[in-house]
Every structure is written in structure tokens, then in C-alpha cells.
Design a protein. Structure first.
Ligand code: IMP
Length: 425
């Protein structure tokens, strides 16, 4: 029965792909449960680097069934490009990937609206990835979205498209002064994807439950992170889905009693892309060094990520809303070069000390972190293969994070390679 959820504990980009990769040997199925091609992970096939946005990282292992579940929003053009790219590299993605017919489609007007809304927001913009994610989930919630299964019934597809375009074209033309979108052009393009997608589309909930019934190992792989969660993140500076552990249940279609492990992925510092509050953000030379050493540039948009010290208030909150059974600490090696490190253990705002995330978002915007300063280790860790061989200050740093977060740190990653992961317990 074992099902594990892998969740980002910060603002995304924590290295979830690495955790999935590490567990892949013992895994039969990897299910992506929310988000779309706003996510990105880099995988290495032979000498080549491949950037994936929609397909679960398990694709690299021939024994793993990669599943895109109902909670995901799919841009079919992007999906087919990724599948083609993997096929060119000698993998067999068309025969292995399984896609839920209930997943919603990202349409051309979603991409356009994402751009227009951001532009209209001006300085208040969210810094979205402009992939149409928000507008696609908005249509889903408004019950005017088109789903993957609609591609296989031309009559229904056209009828639904006509209904939604009726309204969307008014918005495009009257609100934004843009040309109306052409139903025929969209229908021709999208219905044209049906034939290639069809063999992969199935009842993924049934597939998942059959796998659990035969005791297969399943990973439910989240995209983005806890603080970008639509309900539990730093709203409105969030994505439009639920990356938290609960989102895995709704997105994939299973009950909480089927889950036996919730693995939170957290960097040894913090990064964030896009706008929104970030109390421990660094604006100095230390921040720049972390960005450069850590290669902190987005996989999807190439944007420079904002960086900051480890934030235990955020980690404690992530622990609360996800119920982590384990933490996977990534990118410890990025901190090798620093003489001293800081960890935010509380915030101060409006004359009060906050041990937990302040309930009112506006407090977060001007929260002053209370830092504990600790000794750095100033030595390379990337070649270390046993946890006990880490320098004493590095182990002290990890102990401090564990004690502050309230969840056991089970793995520590000291580099991108598979072997560069130290098992702590
Ligand atoms: P959207 O998901 O494109 O609507 O973007 C909403 C917010 O989530 C923006 O701040 C993005 O930068 C952020 N975001 C979306 N996907 C990711 C991701 O995979 N990693 C990090 N941030 C992301």
C-alpha cells in the first residue's frame, strides 16, 4: 500500500525532482497531482540536459509508470513537445505516460489572459510564469474549463469552446482591446492533438488504486511549494493550485488513510521567484554569492531567484499544514563557503514576537526576522558520502534546523548527483 507524498516546504524549486529520483529505485508509479508547465525540473539523460515541465521525473526509470493526474492543468502542445524530446533521447514516453481525462486543458486564451492580467496589475503583478495557469484554474472553478476527455468528442469540444469563447472574447476585446480569438483555429489545433494523446489517456484514479491494491510503491509528486499554495500560501502571491499534501489527495483522487509518508523538501536556505513577501530575503553580497553558487535561476523562465537565510517560521508552518514525516534538506553544499550563517527563528512585527507565521498577511510584509547566528564550516562537503563525515558545524546547523522545524531531517543533499545524498538515520 505504501504511498508517499513529496511536497515543497518553501516557495518551490526546493529540489523535489532529486528526492523523487532518489526513491525511484523502490517506486512503481510517480503521480504528478497539481500545477502545470509553470513547474520545471532539469534531468540529465546521458550527456544531455533535458528540461521537463509536465512529465513526472520518474520517466527516467523504465520500471516507473509516470502519471499526470486530474489536478494538473495541461498545455497539450508543451506536453507533446516534452514527449517528443524524451522519445528522441531513446526513452519510450508515449507507451508509458498515463494522463487523466479529467485534467483541464490550458487554452490559448489562458496564456494571453495571464499576460494581460499581469500587465494590467502593473507594479502589483504577481510575477507569474505566464503559462496560463491562473486563468485555466479560474475557468475550472467557474465550470467553463475544457478537459482532456473533451478532445475525444468533437461535438462537445466545439460546444464548450463556443460557450467559453463567447464570454472570453468579450473580455479580450472590450476590456483589453485585443482581437477576438478564432474558434475554428483553436478547435483545429486542439482536436489535432487528440490522436497522439489518446493512447495515454485513461482513468488514472483507477490505475492508482489498482497499484495500491497490489502493494506497489507510489510517489505523489507535488510541484511548486507550500508557500505558493492557493489556500495556505502567501495569497495573492501564490499559484492557483494546492501543492500542499492535502492537494495530493484531491489532485490524484485518494483518501488520507492511503498515505504513509509525507516528505517535505527544503533548501538549506530559501529562494523565491516572482513577487510577494519574503522576510529573510538578502539584498547584499552574501545573497548574490548564494545565488551564484547555487545557480539560482528558474528552470521555466530563467528568472533570477530571490534568496535568503533559512526561515524556521516558514518551515514550522509548512510542518503544520503538511504533517511531514521526514524532511529532505537540499543544497547544503551551497553554504560551504560561508564563515557564518543565520537562521530566522521568529519574526518581530508591530511590537510583537511571532514564533509562528503571523495570521495577518500584512504583518508578513514588514516582519523583521529574529536571527540566530551560527558558525559556518568553510569546507567542501560535495564529496562526502557519509553523514558522520560532515564537519561538526554542518551537523550542528542541521540539528538546529531540525529542532526548529519540528520534523526529522532524514536526508541531506550536498550536490546534484544521485550519490551526493547523505542518509541521516
Ligand atoms: P503561476 O503559477 O505561473 O500563476 O505563478 C504564480 C507564482 O508562483 C509566481 O510567483 C511564480 O513565480 C510562482 N511559481 C509558479 N511555479 C513555480 C515553480 O515551479 N517554482 C517556483 N515558483 C513558481
Amino acid at each position: 500500500m505504501p504511498a508517499s507524498i513529496i511536497v515543497g516546504a518553501q516557495w518551490g524549486d526546493e529540489g523535489k525532482g532529486k528526492a523523487t529520483d532518489l526513491l525511484a529505485d523502490r517506486t512503481d508509479m510517480v503521480v504528478r497531482y497539481q500545477g502545470g508547465n509553470n513547474a520545471g525540473h532539469t534531468i540529465v539523460v546521458g550527456d544531455e540536459v533535458l528540461k521537463l515541465h509536465l512529465i513526472p521525473s520518474g520517466i527516467l526509470y523504465s520500471h516507473v509508470v509516470p502519471v499526470i493526474a486530474a489536478g494538473v492543468v495541461i498545455d497539450p502542445k508543451v506536453l507533446l513537445e516534452e514527449l517528443d524530446g524524451l522519445e528522441e533521447k531513446g526513452l519510450d514516453p508515449f507507451a508509458r505516460v498515463r494522463i487523466s481525462g479529467d485534467a483541464h486543458l490550458i487554452m490559448p486564451y489562458h496564456r494571453e489572459l495571464d499576460l494581460l492580467i499581469e500587465r494590467r496589475l502593473g507594479k502589483q503583478n504577481l510575477g507569474t510564469t505566464r503559462r496560463g495557469i491562473g486563468p485555466a484554474y479560474a475557468d475550472k472553478a467557474s465550470r467553463v474549463g475544457l478537459r482532456v476527455q473533451d478532445l475525444f468528442d468533437e461535438g462537445i469540444f466545439r460546444k464548450k469552446l463556443e460557450a467559453v469563447l463567447d464570454h472570453t472574447n468579450l473580455v479580450l476585446t472590450r476590456v483589453y482591446g485585443r482581437p477576438a480569438m478564432d474558434l475554428e483555429a483553436i478547435a483545429t489545433e486542439y482536436l489535432g492533438y487528440a490522436e497522439r494523446l489518446s493512447p495515454m489517456v485513461t482513468d488514472t484514479t483507477a490505475l492508482l488504486h489498482e497499484a495500491l491494491e497490489r502493494d506497489a510503491n507510489v510517489i505523489l509528486e507535488g510541484a511548486q511549494g507550500t508557500m505558493l499554495d492557493l489556500d495556505h500560501g502567501t495569497y495573492p502571491f501564490v499559484t492557483s493550485s494546492n501543492p500542499v499534501a492535502g492537494g495530493a489527495l484531491t489532485g490524484a483522487g485518494l483518501g488520507p488513510n492511503r498515505i504513509d509518508r509525507v516528505i517535505g523538501i527544503t533548501k538549506a536556505y530559501v529562494t523565491r521567484v516572482g513577487t510577494g513577501p519574503f522576510p529573510t530575503e538578502l539584498f547584499d553580497e552574501v545573497g548574490e554569492r548564494i545565488t551564484d553558487i547555487g545557480g539560482e535561476y528558474g528552470t521555466t523562465t530563467g528568472r533570477r531567484r530571490r534568496v535568503g537565510w533559512f526561515d524556521a517560521v516558514v518551515a514550522r508552518y509548512a510542518q503544520r499544514v503538511n504533517g511531514f514525516t521526514d524532511l529532505f534538506l537540499t543544497k547544503l553544499d551551497v553554504l560551504d563557503a560561508f564563515d557564518e550563517l543565520k537562521v530566522a527563528v521568529a519574526y518581530h512585527a508591530d511590537g510583537e514576537r511571532h514564533h509562528h507565521l503571523p495570521p495577518h498577511q500584512s504583518l508578513l510584509h514588514h516582519a523583521e526576522p529574529e536571527y540566530v547566528t551560527v558558525e559556518g564550516w568553510g569546507a567542501p562537503t560535495s564529496d562526502i558520502t557519509r553523514y558522520g563525515d560532515l564537519p561538526r558545524p554542518a551537523r550542528d546547523y542541521i540539528d538546529l534546523l531540525e529542532q526548529q522545524c519540528g520534523a526529522p531531517i532524514t536526508w541531506v543533499s550536498v550536490g546534484p548527483g544521485r550519490a551526493q545524498t547523505l542518509e541521516r538515520r
